[in-house]
Ligand binder design. Structure first.
Ligand code: MN
Length: 244
């Protein structure tokens, strides 16, 4: 059987040291690539571009799309002004990923967003984001969501909606996940539903209501999947969905 080709939208970084400081670089942490190869797919990194013809060709080449972690989504993307605790943004990356998500969906190919990936997926379709977890209403967002170390280990529990695509991939509805996010989803985009939440009301995953083919998680399964079979099944389920 031919392995599915999974497109990966890279992160961006401005190199501030080394021989050529100040230059922008497209990069992908090896764990994202490894998570695809470990679970039946072939990763293909898709460099940032705003060339519509290039994006259309990318989508022809791939069977599914993986969105990685990184910058905060620019608040203008979801109709808000920047608040003091907003982190670093890259509007060029936002615009590229939104165009790529829409083109991939138009071709009926699955999307998996991770961390920033679930946030840009939500913003792409009209959802909003708390620019920092501390901006949630009093009593919410009280768990530790930035664990800072030992990324292979879960930091807080999530409850996954029974019958969701995500539950089907994971094979269970209660699990501990790692947590490396200072922002959280606020309003879920029309056409999407929350499918995993933490006990402090933080939304930890969403998926498209019609078919679950567009799915995002707030945690980092790519840093857990080599030691945690449940997180490996998340990638395995996604790659299998891309094979159809
Ligand atoms: Mn979390």
């Amino acid at each position: 059987m031919t392995k599915p080709m999974i497109g990966i939208a890279p992160g961006t970084v401005v190199v501030d040291s080394q021989m050529f400081p100040g230059r922008k670089r497209d990069y992908v942490n090896r764990e994202f690539l490894q998570s695809i190869t470990d679970n039946g797919g072939i990763p293909l990194v898709l460099p940032v571009t705003m060339d519509e013809a290039a994006i259309a060709r990318y989508v022809q080449l791939i069977d599914g799309l993986l969105l990685c972690g990184g910058h905060d989504v620019a608040p203008f993307t979801y109709g808000e002004e920047a608040q003091p605790k907003l982190g670093g943004i890259d509007p060029e990356r936002d615009a590229y990923e939104i165009a790529l998500i829409k083109a991939t969906h138009a071709a009926h190919k699955p999307v998996l967003g991770i961390c920033r990936g679930v946030q840009i997926l939500n913003a792409c379709y009209g959802g909003t984001i708390y620019q920092d977890v501390s901006y949630m209403p009093a009593g919410q967002g009280t768990l530790k969501h930035m664990q800072g170390q030992l990324a292979a280990y879960g930091m807080h529990n999530v409850t996954v909606t029974s019958g969701s695509t995500l539950a089907g991939y994971l094979g269970q509805t209660h699990l501990a996940v790692n947590s490396f996010h200072h922002q959280t989803l606020h309003k879920v985009a029309p056409g999407f539903k929350p499918v995993a939440t933490a006990s402090d009301q933080v939304i930890e995953a969403i998926e498209s209501t019609t078919d679950g083919l567009q799915l995002g998680v707030q945690w980092h399964p790519e840093m857990m999947q080599q030691s945690d079979p449940v997180e490996a099944q998340l990638f395995g389920g996604f790659v299998a969905a891309c094979a159809h």
